[in-house]
Design a protein around this ligand. Structure first.
Ligand code: ARG
Ligand code: ZN
Length: 878
């Protein structure tokens, strides 16, 4: 690999393209090592008269170029490792380009590559330039016609975007011609060729058009595509009903592949999925997998409008499609599975991944201002915080106006490459209001801190709330401005009943206030008794809230906040205080939890969530400096105390569910209610296991028996994994035997083996460090398969904090080695792992120095990719 020169791309340097490509014809002669690609481009000058034509291309072997049918001499153009420049071109012309590429050798999994003997592509963001020379930028939209030619043997299916317009044979080879009638940028191009099984179905759109649906999977896996197909049809219906958006082609295809750098890709009419986010059956995937599959199917389908029909002008606007599409898929999941539970899960994910990003050296705005590799910006900030901003806009304008604004956005920008300003303009158009202040959310990095200080005057029955916001400086952004923060809040009395108040002449128990300046005061009248304040309901803004309140008030909200999100939030906040204070006892907390579990108005999924204590990474966010061993010890001790305090109750409840399950003999259903019941039962099991700390022999024996029994009697992967994790938590004599048993059962199921690897990597036992090293020597381990690599390496670094942060520094060494190893062939995937070192400055010694040393070692390595060097460099520089 040549040493790459770091040259940042800046938003302020954006220039419209000099040429339009009205038509793109591609011909692929597929061959594992010598695929020939010819492109016929119809070009038209739209920029400066003297501008040369600059096409982008990487790792291509140029076979020839001709302009309007005339073959060019090598002196007519200039080729660099990243470009093909033709100096002298007319205003309108046709260009034929032929290149040769090597899909077999392509382990970057970007461009055209081979996976399990099949050809497939990944072009977003800048992979198309590894296929052929092209103006590979999202604001060049073209109409694509694609001919795919391959041997008949081994490649019965030849797929690309749009509609199949012709197919035929040619000796041992055959071909298919695809035409996509919609103008699209090159990042949405896709091609798949090989042996596949297909599950077919159909969908009739609201306007009565029939759409053929086809999901392609590995041979023998057709049945496992049924759930994805069902989720697809529900997504299509939902987008019609909720957003008024209909599908636009006669065919919608999805292909599942095993080797993929991330989750899935929304290529027009031909989505490509990581098989782990598509294949499902009760014996091989968990309820959480079902949930993810449903949401990712929806996400990629929704991109057909938010991303494809309206695309991004440049990659700085990535959140225009990603933030909006995540917000849309969250809305879909909420409608499928319940709003409160979905909201809690989304906020947990935001806090687990985005808040640390915003608080560390890799903090960047939702619309960044510069980058070296855009692939490094497919982050929680772009996706999850981007979704939160759309959510705040909706909260602020209300659901009806939101829908009008979105209608306006899709109508006025259809077929174009848009910007965030265009998005906000639609809100301005339908409200007549200035939305410029909301742009600050997109351009300013960092999580705002919101403080609310209530003071109640019993005499006047007046509650005054002092609100203030501040955002701390982030790298390259020292000065921060106030952002508009929608604060939904309500009151309750100390016994938990909703409490009314008067605001703007209206009597309500809940209101929305928008904090626009650094500080403001909100006055609520006619508050009959000293109130409990429930602020930031449903997490109405992605901020860190400090509410001055008594613990008794938190307990009141834990027991009965009318807003279920804040009920969960109050419990989390109490648990965080109790765990970190080291002096608190679990008694009162246990009582409130007992009451919650007994409350029949709450659903099981909610109860399962409220049983879950704040995670170690959650706690690491509020403890400075971070001491991972202390956090682990304190959390385990608190959990054990809670478990002991509630043991009889949770055991009785657990047994009741178990009897119920054995009696019902109902076939497995992945629906939300059944999944919620399993989640609750498994959460009870997990909490029971926590009492193994300091347990006597009788208790220990009981726990062992329970864990084994749960594992052996499970009838689906959800329960089996819960059993395996219970056995792992005890880490007793039968741990290895259980792992062996699991392995023997699933050794031919790669997706299940990923779970087997990950479960071991996440086991919070000091012995895991050696185990993880051994796992990388396992015959089934292959660092070139991202799913497998992530199952071991990412699972360990991101989800096993107490072992990853072992004081010896060995966890850091191991991860740094892995990053360097994978960077040699798959920089995009390797770079994603650098962030685990990002927050090093916040850690206590010796962690901070050891993490820093790991980053320095990475950065000092010769021939580092741009991807890794950008992130490691930023992590160290800040
Ligand atoms: N657009 C795809 C999605 O929705 C993700 C593509 C990721 N690309 C990348 N280079 N990281 O969700
Ligand atoms: Zn997306």
């Amino acid at each position: 690999m040549r040493t790459e020169i770091a040259r940042p791309i800046r938003l302020t340097d954006y220039k419209a393209p000099d040429f339009r490509v009205s038509d793109t014809k591609l011909v692929f002669d597929l061959h594992p090592t010598e695929t020939k690609v010819t492109a016929t481009l119809t070009l038209e000058r739209i920029g400066a008269a003297e501008a040369p034509l600059v096409l982008l291309g990487e790792r291509l072997k140029l076979l020839g170029v001709s302009l309007d049918g005339r073959a060019l001499e090598t002196s007519d153009y200039e080729v660099t490792p990243e470009t093909l420049t033709i100096g002298d071109v007319p205003d309108r012309f046709t260009l034929d380009i032929a290149v040769q590429i090597n899909p077999q050798d392509n382990k970057t999994l970007e461009g055209l590559y081979m996976s399990s003997g099949r050809y497939c592509t990944q072009c977003e963001a800048e992979g198309f330039r590894k296929i052929v020379y092209f103006p590979d930028r999202p604001d060049v939209l073209s109409k694509f016609t694609v001919t795919v030619r391959a041997p008949k043997a081994g490649f019965p299916y030849l797929l690309s975007n749009g509609n199949l317009i012709d197919a035929g044979e040619d000796g041992d080879a055959h071909y298919a011609i695809w035409e996509d009638p919609f103008f699209k940028p090159s990042y949405l191009f896709a091609l798949v060729a090989g042996e596949l099984d297909v599950l077919e179905d159909a969908f009739t759109t609201a306007s009565g058009r029939k759409v053929d649906l086809k999901i392609y999977v590995d041979t023998g896996m057709r049945e496992r595509a049924a759930y994805a197909m069902d989720a697809l049809k529900r997504s299509m219906r939902w987008d019609e009903e909720v957003y008024g958006l209909e599908y636009d082609l006669d065919l919608f295809m999805i292909v599942a592949v095993r080797d993929f750098n991330f989750g899935a890709m929304e290529n027009k009419g031909l989505n490509i999925f990581n098989a782990s986010l598509l294949l499902a059956d009760p014996d091989t995937v968990t309820d959480l997998d079902y949930e993810r599959i449903e949401s990712v199917i929806a996400h990629e389908y929704f991109h057909n409008w938010s991303g494809n029909r309206v695309t991004c002008r440049d990659w700085f606007q990535l959140c225009l499609k990603e933030g909006l599409t995540v917000f849309r898929d969250q809305g879909f999941s909420a409608d499928m599975r319940g709003d409160a539970v979905q909201r809690i899960k989304d906020v947990k994910a935001l806090r687990a991944r985005q808040f640390p990003e915003d608080a560390g050296p890799l903090a960047h705005p939702v619309r960044p201002s510069s980058y070296l590799k855009i692939d490094n910006f497919y982050t929680a900030t772009i996706y999850e915080k981007g979704a939160e901003i759309v959510g705040m806009l909706k909260t602020y304008v209300g659901p009806e106006v939101y829908r009008k604004a979105l209608d306006h956005y899709f109508q006025t920008n259809d077929g174009t490459a848009a910007t965030l300003e265009d998005f906000l303009k639609s809100f301005e158009a339908v409200t007549g209001e200035d939305f410029a202040p909301w742009l600050k959310w997109y351009v300013q990095a960092g999580t705002p801190h919101l403080s609310i200080t209530p003071s109640y005057d019993a005499e006047t029955q007046r509650l005054t709330l002092a609100l203030a916001q501040v955002t701390h400086p982030t790298p390259a952004q020292a000065n921060k401005h106030p952002v508009p923060i929608p604060v939904r809040l309500g009151l309750l009395s100390e016994d938990g009943a909703p409490l009314t108040f008067t605001i703007d002449g209206e009597t309500v128990s809940d209101t929305l206030f928008v904090l626009r300046e650094a500080e403001a005061e909100l006055v609520l009248e006619d508050v009959a008794v000293a109130p409990v304040v429930s602020a930031l309901r449903r997490f109405s803004a992605p901020v860190k809230l400090t509410l001055t309140e008594l613990d008794a008030h938190k307990f009141a909200r834990f027991r009965g906040d009318a807003d279920p999100f804040n009920r969960w939030e109050a419990a989390q906040s109490l648990a965080k205080d109790l765990i970190l204070s080291a002096t608190g006892t679990a008694a009162a907390y246990a009582e409130a939890l007992r009451a919650t579990l007994a409350d029949d108005t709450l659903d099981d999924a909610f109860k399962a969530l409220i049983i879950g204590l704040p995670t170690e990474p959650d706690l690491a966010q509020i403890l400075t400096p971070v001491d991972p061993a202390y956090i682990h010890a304190r959390r385990s001790a608190f959990k054990a105390e809670l478990s002991n305090a509630l043991f009889d109750d949770i055991e009785a409840l657990y047994e009741r569910f178990e009897d119920e399950r054995l009696e019902a003999q109902a076939p497995f259903s992945p629906d939300a209610k059944s999944a919620g019941r399993r989640a609750l039962r498994n959460a009870l099991l997990d909490l029971m296991m926590a009492s193994h700390i300091d347990a006597d022999d009788a208790r220990r024996e009981k726990l062992n028996w329970r864990a084994q029994y749960h594992y052996q009697l499970s009838h689906n992967m959800t329960d089996l994994m819960a059993g395996l994790n219970a056995v792992a938590q005890l880490h007793g004599e039968d741990y290895d035997g259980t792992l062996e048993h699991f392995y023997d059962m699933f050794k031919t199921e790669p997706l299940v083996l990923d779970k087997w690897f990950a479960a071991q990597a996440m086991c919070a036992n000091p012995e895991t460090l050696n185990r993880v090293r051994r796992l990388t020597q396992h015959p089934d381990f292959d660092a070139r398969v991202p799913n497998r690599w992530r199952a071991v390496v990412q699972a360990f670094a991101a989800n096993n904090p107490s072992v990853f942060h072992d004081v010896s520094g060995q966890g850091y060494d191991f991860i740094a080695d892995q990053i360097l190893l994978v960077d040699k062939f798959n920089p995009m995937t390797a770079a994603r792992l650098v962030e685990v070192f990002g927050g090093f400055k916040r850690y206590a010694e010796p962690h901070a120095s050891l993490m820093k040393a790991a980053l320095e070692r990475i950065l000092a390595t010769p021939d580092l990719s741009k991807n890794v060097s950008e992130l490691a460099g930023k992590a160290l520089a800040a």
